[in-house]
Ligand binder design. Structure first.
Ligand code: PLP
Length: 234
């Protein structure tokens, strides 16, 4: 068994254990975050049963997609989105997790090819209010969700967040709880959502206990990334 395959089995077992111990009832999908990983590493994970992959950088993702057209991968875009990248993102991904501006939503909607299903999107929420970090603030969330819901070529599925990194498990949990509260508020307002994209390699068990339906895992699956430009949230 390759190390990627072994780590994949470990992660899937940990996801099940986290669900059991927290009595979580939602289904939890694993999104393999393959930024800074080779097409070969993705191929290995796919051979071991993984089919959802997340990428942060458009050109890097397109380069790998070309090498992997023989695989039935579902590609998720999870990085910051510049306006001049919306056309290719709308053409080459099934999901976008990092939507935080109406202008970008409109451009993705306009560019989504008619022969593809609507682009599945999550709004990225910023609960830690770090000025440098992507994501919309709580106060602007409902307005953005309402506007996105009117766009026919996008389908709003839920929320994504990258909480401020902390080694304090309690603080981590409180941050996930805040995202969950915003998600519940949207549900209460009648938005038809099913996706809470929270939890990464170091905190996904806590995220599952707080309601995660997608955990985005990179280093725990593929091993450490090299090169600072590929670090999460930087
Ligand atoms: C890199 C990244 C991840 C995965 O981070 P790990 O700590 O390696 O699991 C998840 N989400 C986003 C948005 C990222 O940029």
């Amino acid at each position: 068994m390759s190390s990627i395959s072994r780590r994949l089995q470990d992660i899937l077992a940990t996801i099940q254990a986290a669900k059991l111990s927290s009595q979580a009832t939602q289904s939890v999908n694993l999104l393999a975050v393959s930024k800074a990983q080779s097409a070969l590493a993705i191929r290995e994970a796919y051979a071991a049963g993984q089919s959802l992959f997340g990428e942060n950088y458009l050109q890097e993702a397109l380069d790998k997609q070309i090498q992997l057209t023989d695989l039935a991968i579902e590609w998720h875009f999870i990085g910051p989105i510049q306006s001049n990248k919306t056309l290719l993102i709308a053409q080459h991904f099934s999901w976008v997790h990092s939507l935080d501006r109406l202008k970008i939503a409109q451009r993705l909607n306009d560019a989504r090819p008619a022969n593809l299903a609507p682009l599945q999107v999550c709004i990225q929420l910023n609960i830690s209010k770090e000025a440098s970090k992507a994501g919309i603030s709580k106060d602007e969330l409902i307005a953005l969700a309402s506007a996105i819901s009117t766009l026919p070529r996008l389908r709003l599925r839920g929320l994504m967040a990258i909480p401020e990194p902390t080694t304090d498990a309690n603080k981590q949990r409180m941050q996930f709880k805040q995202v969950r509260q915003c998600y519940d508020e949207l549900l209460a307002k009648g938005f038809d959502l099913d996706t809470l994209s929270i939890g990464m390699s170091d905190d996904f068990s806590i995220a599952i206990a707080e309601g995660a339906t997608i955990v985005r895992i990179g280093s725990a699956l593929f091993g450490a990334r090299f090169g600072a430009e590929f670090s999460a949230g930087k």
